[in-house]
Design a binder for this molecule. Structure first.
Ligand SMILES: *Cc1c(COP(=O)(O)O)cnc(C)c1O
Length: 309
């Protein structure tokens, strides 16, 4: 069976009513056991293009715990398309097995080349990356975070016609391409709130250049110090959330967003509507890597790893 046929459509699951605010969660994390959530949405039309043009090779970028690399490796393998992952940080080349994500990518046949952070910052403009690309005669380059129209169009399909009745739609934001897709398919009277997972002042400009709507806002108050940074109160919130609702959150994106929504409602700081749809963008594969990090610090772990891996 074609891997695209194994994706399920996501369901809207009522979560709770808190201080009169009804919260429904869209379970994009359940659309596929490995390629969860927005990473599939982003890849869908890019891969269609790759298949239609018989391109044998995909080259893309990511950090050592990247959901995007894991998704690309898995989908590429299933479709018989070769994948190369260019990884941030040359120290990883000698310790691939220390990253559960990179080990997974390797198992899925992805070739991994780890480069210096300096070269990584410049991507295909750096000499180091240019040299690597020169070895491949035909390939499709996918930017980190897949910041292109095909990816945004794929993400616009997260929102369905029946979601029109929600006052507010919440989504976690890194590059903003998922958020841009959601804005694209939202109605003008809905408010779309993005929760930044990184301190990235350029996200606003990216969104502005990819949408002509103004029904959105990005919240920067719950980044927890930056990308993939965590603290004990976030971990304990995520564990309590799982105990109560049986929904696993990921530590980089959706955990922070739900912490933010609960916190703002409880502190009477939620100034948007009361009929709330929250997008669970997935990212489950990051849990193992985060627990290894927490273990090294002898900190509290995410309790639900064993239920999923
Ligand atoms: C990548 C990712 C995001 C951020 O997506 P962008 O389109 O880069 O903003 C959000 N949630 C999860 C689970 C992700 O893996």
């Amino acid at each position: 069976m074609h891997i695209f046929d194994t994706f399920k459509s996501s369901i809207n699951q009522p979560l709770d009513i808190i201080k009169g605010h009804s919260i429904v969660i869209k379970r994009e994390d359940l659309i596929h056991p490995i390629v969860s959530g927005n990473k599939f949405r982003k890849l869908k039309y890019i891969l269609r293009e790759v298949i239609d043009n018989n391109i044998p090779q995909i080259i893309t970028f990511g950090g050592a715990f990247s959901n995007h690399l894991a998704a690309t490796a898995k989908v590429g393998n299933s479709l018989g398309i070769k994948t190369l992952g260019i990884v941030r940080g040359n120290e990883w080349q000698s310790k691939i097995s220390d990253s559960s994500t990179l080990s997974f990518c390797k198992t899925e046949g992805m070739h991994l080349i780890c480069i210096s952070r300096e070269a990584y910052a410049q991507k295909d403009r750096s000499m180091e990356v240019k040299k690597i690309l020169n070895n491949y005669p035909i390939y499709r380059l996918i930017a980190e975070g897949a910041t292109e129209s095909l990816a945004i169009n794929g993400c616009s399909e997260i929102i369905e016609k029946s979601d029109i009745d929600f006052d507010v739609i919440c989504c976690s934001v890194a590059t903003g391409s998922t958020f841009a897709g959601i804005i694209q398919s939202s109605s003008n009277i809905q408010k779309i709130i993005g929760f930044n997972a990184l301190k990235n002042p350029s996200t606003n400009d990216f969104i502005l250049s990819h949408t002509n709507k103004n029904n959105w806002e990005i919240n920067l108050d719950y980044t927890f110090g930056g990308y993939a940074k965590i603290n004990p109160s976030l971990i304990s919130f995520m564990n309590t959330f799982y105990q109560q609702y049986k929904i696993p959150l990921d530590p980089v994106y959706t955990g922070k967003m739900l912490f933010a929504i609960f916190d703002m409602i409880k502190k009477n700081k939620w100034k948007y509507g009361k009929n709330i749809l929250v997008i669970h963008t997935g990212g489950m594969q990051g849990i193992v890597g985060m627990n290894r990090r927490l273990q090294k610090k002898s900190a509290q772990l995410l309790s639900y790893e064993k239920d999923f891996f």
